[in-house]
Write a protein that binds this ligand. Sequence first.
Ligand code: SAH
Ligand code: SF4
Ligand code: F3S
Length: 437
Amino acid sequence: MNKYYHIVTYGCQMNVHESEKIAGILADLGYKSCGSVNSADIVVFNTCCIRENAENHAFGNIGMLKKLKSEKKDMIIAVGGCLPQQMGKAENLHDKFPFVDIIFGTHNLHKLKEYIISKSCTKKPVIHIEDDSGIICEGENPCRTSYPNAWVNITYGCNNFCSYCIVPYVRGRERSRKSENIISEVKGLVAEGYKEITLLGQNVNSYGNGSDEISFAELLRKISAIEGDFRLRFMTSHPKDFSEELAEAIASCDKICKCVHLPVQSGSDRILKAMNRKYTVADYIKKIEILHKYVPDCAVTTDLIVGFPGETEEDFQSTLELVKKVDYSSAFTFVYSRREGTVAAKMAEQIPEEISKNRIMRLVSLVNGLTRKHSCSYVGKTVEILCEGYDEKKDMYLGRDTYGRMGYFKCAENAIGKFINLKVTSANGISLIGEKV
Ligand code: SAH
Ligand code: SF4
Ligand code: F3S
């Protein structure tokens, strides 16, 4: 009899890739993918807790399965990822949703097969959270869902402890995969026909720290030297670890996309210090100058937080100034969210919601203006994009150029996985519209 799985994923690319690993485990158990919770025999929620709304979202959607589970008693519901890895949250989840069968964390995803077998045999819930053991799993067999892109982990965990951030608590200490394992995974993916490789880590440019591994720049060079027609991206880089050697590698390797995501978080030195980011605005600008010295046309994107405890209107104005000065190609903007257990959660002067809301509106409007300006500068030009999907609503194919700009176009045949020359005819805020030439 056919058995089906459905995975609901929240959070970052790391989680998207981990869901592919979960899919690999489920496929190994004989499950096939299906598009909805209603027809699934097992539903896995791969959760995120970076901000309160991510957590609430997951809680809400898990809760909605209560009725379905009461009608389909044999259906297995599993909840994994960052949310249950937080101190006390697995118990919390179990108390709130006793119908959930399996709860696991970020350090024991590879044991999901065991947990499913155990649940099926004993009918007892399995609640298992492990502490950071520092292990790195190799030989996983993910069911990849992002063709022509393939995600490849290079580091796990984070040692930075930015004062607002929960990630170091739920993902453990930073550890790097062996470069030979990364390189052989990429070689395999290129041979299978993947056209874009994205290297993943919370802080990719500190790759190899504390070990005798090669540097991140050297790793990029080695991967770029792999024969084949593919592009290379990476995320996320921390400004404090952004080196001249890295800028040089981006410039000298054709396969590396000319786009760097360099989260700044704030434009105020006082706030950066309180955030424990370990750089000043001047240090950050210096890094951007080094990058542009080697790669003058490199696009820079960022993450920004408003409403960090103690942020004054003056601090916020400094953020606006910095955004204008760097002239970001695009940016993700967030309202600070208090995360239990972090250093910032205990800081006095948490900022009232209405002030944060007002600041985010002003920041979004500035960022949107810059994004629009960058998009408009494309009109009339021809760019090479890698087609990565098809938008049913728009009835158009879509793909990104080396700078990360999304472009849409019509095409009679399936273009997914192909490099296309796109003549840009118009720009629509964040994305471009054009014709295949
Ligand atoms: N490791 C990456 C990404 C971390 S999470 C990095 O360091 O850049 C992605 C983004 O979420 C962060 O860059 C930050 O802007 C935002 N973020 C993290 N914790 C947050 C919090 N408590 N409230 C609001 N935004 C947060
Ligand atoms: Fe969080 Fe900072 Fe680590 Fe990024 S570098 S994951 S923001 S602690
Ligand atoms: Fe969220 Fe965990 Fe990623 S908290 S952002 S899924 S590392």
